[in-house]
Write a new protein. Structure first.
Length: 419
């Protein structure tokens, strides 16, 4: 069976944090009004999870306590990440009773993908029947409940789960390619679609794109010209196209040389001030590229949310043209951020420049001016030379003096460039 026609199951544990707390306290999450939040933060505390019972009353996860209607009575419990990690492992071990580790991809603490393509004959079951067996075993062994999406690729399985499964009595939804015009294209607002965050939604709305069908029916090259490879990826997803294999994700090893840097932030950041950190980290990494006469062919950005919230993402993009240019790499990082950021407090950021190759010459694209590029290269070389001779803090941008900047302190801890 080819990449386009797999049997992929996507499983998401229902109200995971809140359900774990209820099970631990011998409560029923479907009848008890429990909210997981930090009570020390007062009414402005973020609700990390609410029980399914509260959801039936219209209370949303990832809101604020003051947003819960005053007529709804609820109880608060502080988050216990160690408990959630333990429960997550228990569930993942159950999945491994059904499939090999290479066919299980852990997407987050409460969400996984299983490729059951090669197991249906073994179990003599359909993908729906196998999904039902898995759900029943999870319920029996852990008391946790889940929703399931089934599709011919990871994308359709995930979106079927997100959009439809929670409304079905058996909590399972199966989509195929024939469902794309009727179900996928009707998704609106755009942020309901996997891989389109609120910030990317605004940018797409500015292009008069309000439904997934609007994206699917437009010229792919217009999106690519506006957003680069990410634009092409969004168009493919809008048409139900995804060729990613779980085995590829699990077997991925950074065989090519790469430069990366992670930074645990001294306070919570958000979309208003994280740009300063992205710029500073990219400047440090691109200086290292130029010092070693290299360019990268891929850029990765990872965001870890505050430990009180939980969750993270890491995505990387392959570039059309190798580069060591600050502005180009910052642009890609910002596009990844816009696409996947969920408006949550940020506590760690990772940037990686992948697929390093020797810089042998500059290949310009059709939209790039040679004079501008040459001027930027010359400026960067002068800056690199000054910092190399007099220290990284010898030449600073005005933004490095802002209170949210970490460049000066970080530069004091970093010595030279390592190959």
């Amino acid at each position: 069976m080819d990449k386009l026609n797999r049997s992929i199951i996507c499983i998401d544990l229902k109200s995971f944090f809140a359900s774990c707390e209820c099970i631990e306290k011998n409560l029923n999450p479907f009848t008890f009004p429990l909210v997981v939040a930090n009570p020390k933060q007062g009414k402005g505390a973020l609700t990390l999870a609410v029980t399914p019972y509260l959801k039936t009353l219209g209370v949303k996860s990832r809101g604020r306590l003051y947003e819960i209607p005053k007529n709804i009575k609820y109880y608060i419990t502080k988050p216990q990440m160690s408990l959630y990690m333990k429960k997550s492992k228990e569930v993942n071990d159950i999945y491994l009773d059904f499939v090999a580790s290479e066919d299980l991809y852990v997407y987050s603490i409460d969400e996984c993908f299983l490729d059951v393509t090669n197991y249906l004959k073994l179990y003599n079951k359909t993908d729906y029947e196998l999904a039902l067996d898995i759900l029943n075993k999870v319920k029996e062994k852990t008391k946790l409940t889940a929703v399931v999406g089934i599709g011919p690729n990871m994308l359709l399985a995930k979106v079927a789960m997100d959009v439809e499964a929670k409304h079905n009595k058996d909590c399972i939804a199966k989509w195929d390619y024939k469902d794309i015009p009727l179900k996928l294209w009707n998704i609106s607002p755009l942020s309901k679609m996997w891989g389109i965050g609120p910030r990317m939604e605004k940018k797409l709305n500015q292009m008069k794109l309000y439904s997934i069908g609007d994206i699917a029916k437009m010229d792919k090259m217009v999106l690519k010209q506006r957003f680069g490879t990410i634009g092409e990826d969004i168009w493919n997803h809008a048409n139900g196209i995804n060729t990613t294999l779980l085995k590829d994700l699990n077997n991925y090893k950074v065989k090519e040389q790469s430069y990366s840097h992670s930074q645990v932030l001294f306070k919570d950041y958000n979309d208003k001030n994280i740009g300063i950190i992205i710029n500073e980290m990219v400047e440090m990494l691109t200086a290292r590229l130029r010092h070693n006469n290299k360019e990268c062919i891929g850029v990765g950005l990872g965001i870890d949310y505050s430990k009180n919230v939980g969750g993270s993402f890491y995505h990387q993009i392959k570039l059309d043209v190798p580069t060591d240019n600050n502005k180009e790499i910052i642009k890609v990082c910002n596009l990844i951020f816009d696409r996947f950021y969920e408006n949550l407090p940020i506590r760690k950021i990772t940037i990686s420049l992948n697929g390093l190759i020797p810089k042998v010459g500059k290949q310009l694209n059709l939209f790039e001016e040679a004079k501008t590029t040459k001027k930027e290269e010359s400026i960067n070389k002068v800056i690199d030379k000054i910092k190399s001779k007099y220290g990284k803090n010898s030449l600073l941008k005005a933004s490095n003096l802002l209170k949210d900047s970490t460049a000066i302190e970080r530069n004091k801890k970093i010595k030279g460039h390592d190959e």
